[in-house]
Ligand binder design. Structure first.
Ligand SMILES: CC(C)(COP(=O)(O)OP(=O)(O)OC[C@H]1O[C@@H](n2cnc3c(N)ncnc32)[C@H](O)[C@@H]1OP(=O)(O)O)[C@@H](O)C(=O)NCCC(=O)NCCS
Length: 182
């Protein structure tokens, strides 16, 4: 898939992106918001395999580019109940807090709710995602800039890489809610 708007491009990951993704995924500073403060410790072959595995899923792993420069990644998976589970991160710190995140997320939602192939084959009722309870910036962006609905908090739902129990905040936006906002 490929979405372009002004300086932003969202496109399917390719094997050629493995080095970039591997660098981000193994970087604890990038991955700490996901509960991996030491990075995920993946080999380059492991990352290549991960990119290939995504090709079997109803969903995509994508690179986010600004002015043709890779600055982050996102992904979505569509399940049989018409729910798309999404995730994203702006990995390059210089591109965080610049207002790109909400634009990128809206482009993704617009694609998921309006793309003709998706609508015909796997129509999506709502998009759902989560973030760590400590990620106050993300929660602020989802609630104030995306007008997303907070579904709830799951307390101590999983143990992170250091063995700490972590809590997640769940968010959702339905097709109707999103299209009204657009
Ligand atoms: C979370 C993320 C998508 C937000 O996108 P972004 O482009 O950085 O967000 P914006 O620049 O539009 O807005 C950031 C807002 O958060 C505010 N903010 C920054 N730090 C904050 C904090 N600790 N608590 C609350 N708000 C904070 C900023 O002031 C800004 O608000 P303002 O525009 O009203 O001043 C992006 O920062 C990101 O990908 N971060 C790294 C990975 C990550 O956290 N991914 C999400 C996991 S669910």
């Amino acid at each position: 898939m490929r979405i372009e708007k002004e300086t932003i491009t969202i496109r399917s990951a390719r094997i050629a992106d493995a080095v970039q993704l591997n660098n981000w995924w193994n970087d604890g500073a990038v991955m700490q918001h996901a509960g991996f403060p030491n990075g995920i410790g993946q080999t380059l072959n492991g990352t290549i395999q991960a990119i290939q595995n995504w090709q079997d899923i109803i969903g995509q792993l994508c690179l986010i580019e600004i002015d043709d420069r890779p600055i982050g990644e996102l992904s979505y998976r569509i399940n049989s109940d018409g729910v798309a589970y999404t995730g994203w991160k702006i990995c390059e710190v210089n591109y965080q807090n610049q207002g790109y995140g909400p634009q990128i997320i809206r482009l993704l939602f617009n694609y998921l709710f309006t793309d003709p192939t998706i609508k015909n084959s796997w129509p999506i009722k709502r998009v759902q995602w989560d973030t760590l309870l400590e990620n106050k910036r993300a929660q602020y962006v989802y609630e104030t800039k995306l007008k997303a609905r907070k579904i709830g908090i799951r307390e101590n739902v999983w143990q992170d890489q250091l063995g700490n129990w972590r809590s997640s905040v769940d968010y959702a936006i339905t097709r109707e809610e999103f299209l009204v906002l657009e």
